[in-house]
Design a protein around this ligand. Structure first.
Ligand code: HEM
Length: 151
């Protein structure tokens, strides 16, 4: 198995601590991505067309939340089946096509991972450890590799 039962448990238990404020944390890691790579915001059609401040944009929050939830769920899928399953409403091929057409690049995925891990560290400092970091990293990496393999 690519993820151990202990890694899955670390992801799920920290998620349970964060889930009530998950949309806020998710938005935070995307804003961090845009701080580091401001041009990444231009990849989103709904940000190019919007006059709303980034932090008030409901579509940005929804995308950010999608990334957070899918990363968390990947831990369980990987442990159970060894593979990522992005759910019944979409497919890895579709996600690859959307991200490819939007010009999302490796560096965006890399910096988003850094921002995700930083945000988790700040959200649950009392749970933070190298093992927790590794568990979320593994989950995220497998999800992103699955998408990038189809891009
Ligand atoms: C769209 C997931 C990382 C930019 C989407 C959608 C999902 C998704 C579910 C909606 C697809 C649809 O239209 O049906 C993910 C996951 C990620 C990830 C799981 C990482 C694990 C990123 C990153 C960027 C990004 C790093 C960088 C800027 C976009 C853009 C769209 C999109 C531009 C199209 C939005 C639009 O203009 O309508 N993503 N995403 N995504 N994502 Fe991501």
């Amino acid at each position: 198995m690519v993820i151990t039962a202990q890694q899955e448990a670390l992801v799920v238990s920290s998620w349970n601590e964060m889930k009530d404020d998950a949309p806020t944390f998710a938005l935070k890691f995307f804003l961090r991505l845009f701080e580091i790579i401001p041009s990444a915001a231009k990849r989103f059609s709904f940000l190019r067309d919007s006059t709303l401040p980034l932090e008030k944009n409901p579509k940005l929050k929804a995308h950010a939340m999608g990334v957070f939830v899918m990363t968390c769920e990947a831990a369980t899928q990987l442990r159970k089946t060894g593979k990522v399953n992005v759910g019944a409403n979409t497919s890895v091929q579709h996600l690859a096509s959307v991200h490819f057409k939007a010009g999302v690049a490796d560096v965006h995925f890399e910096v988003l991972k850094f921002a995700l891990l930083e945000t988790i560290k700040e959200a649950v400092p009392y749970l933070w450890s190298e093992e927790l970091k590794e568990a979320w990293s593994e989950s995220y990496d497998h999800l992103v590799v699955a998408i990038k393999n189809e891009m």
